[in-house]
Design a protein around this ligand. Structure first.
Ligand code: NAP
Length: 257
């Protein structure tokens, strides 16, 4: 149904675990050449080795998306290894809880620097390569939290995720004549190492709030990303896709029946 993306060069930020690892696995399974980045080099090398052993072409490059120079270095590495970049998945993110009564300026800066500014830095750094590709794709991992829903304690996170959508809409206009599309996926609650750290009570309450009664998988997000990356999605830009098992639909628990 879709044109093969085998051989395309893909950069996944935050690709060392969780959703990003799932994105890397999904692209690698389609024959793409993938560079993953994250700060923990030991984990990054292990993840790349695991995905390569599974048959993919995946390598790790150390990087911190909150640092523009680091973003430029990771982009340069991906270009050197694979001769260019066709797809960038801006996925790196942090989600610490910080009620407004306790939030420090440093905590706010951290969330905005990684989630929002980091997305922009990576896209800026990759823009020449995406333009050279002629069919560049940017796929941002946003969230339902912020763009669609709210969660007490996650004001900074919600603002960062909504901010990503403000960014993609204007970027889509800047890129519209260069063959580059930029879209965002809004995951609901996806089973990842990061979400596990929220604890069993959180996970149970989320399952109860999801009409399908189970968390999503990283493959669910990878499938959405593969669609946005396809040649067939070339006319879709500046858009969002919610992948949440129906979580944003019900007005109340009773509405779920
Ligand atoms: P995770 O399991 O905690 O993984 C986060 C990834 O981001 C790791 O690879 C981490 O590696 C990397 N990362 C964090 N800070 C970074 C930085 N400054 N520079 C480079 N890499 C960095 O999280 P996840 O659940 O997969 O979430 C991934 C994305 O999905 C985030 O943007 C999150 O907001 C979004 N999301 C997740 C869910 C969910 O239910 N899981 C729902 C909605 C949206 P290092 O720590 O080694 O750098």
């Amino acid at each position: 149904m879709f044109t093969s993306i085998s051989g395309r060069s893909v950069l996944v930020t935050g690709g060392t675990k969780g959703i990003g690892k799932g994105l890397a696995a999904g692209f690698a399974a389609e024959g793409a050449q993938v560079v993953i980045t994250g700060r923990d080099a030991g984990l990054g090398e292990r993840t790349a080795a695991e995905l390569t052993a599974a048959g993919g072409q995946v390598s790790y490059a150390a990087g911190d998306v909150s640092d523009p120079e680091s973003c430029a270095a990771v982009v340069a590495t991906a270009r050197e290894r694979h001769g260019g970049i066709d797809v960038v998945c801006c996925n790196a993110g942090v989600f610490p809880a910080a009620p407004l009564t306790e939030m420090t300026p440093a905590q706010l800066d951290d969330v905005l620097s990684v989630n929002l500014k980091g997305t922009i830095y990576v896209v800026q750094a990759a823009l020449p390569a995406l333009t050279a590709s002629g069919r560049g794709r940017v796929i941002v991992t946003s969230s339902i939290t912020g763009p669609v829903t709210g969660f007490a304690g996650w004001t900074a996170y919600g603002a960062s995720k909504a901010g990503q959508l403000g960014f993609i809409r204007s970027a889509a206009l800047e890129f519209a004549r260069s063959g580059i599309t930029i879209n965002a996926i809004l995951p609901g609650n996806i089973a990842t190492e990061g979400l596990d750290s929220m604890g069993p009570d959180y996970l149970r309450s989320m399952e109860a709030a999801i009409p399908m009664r189970h968390l999503g998988s990283v493959a669910d997000i990878a499938n959405a990303a593969l669609f946005f990356a396809s040649d067939e999605a070339a006319y879709i830009t500046g858009q969002t896709l919610v992948v949440d098992g129906g979580q944003i639909i019900p007005e109340s628990l009773e509405a779920m029946g």
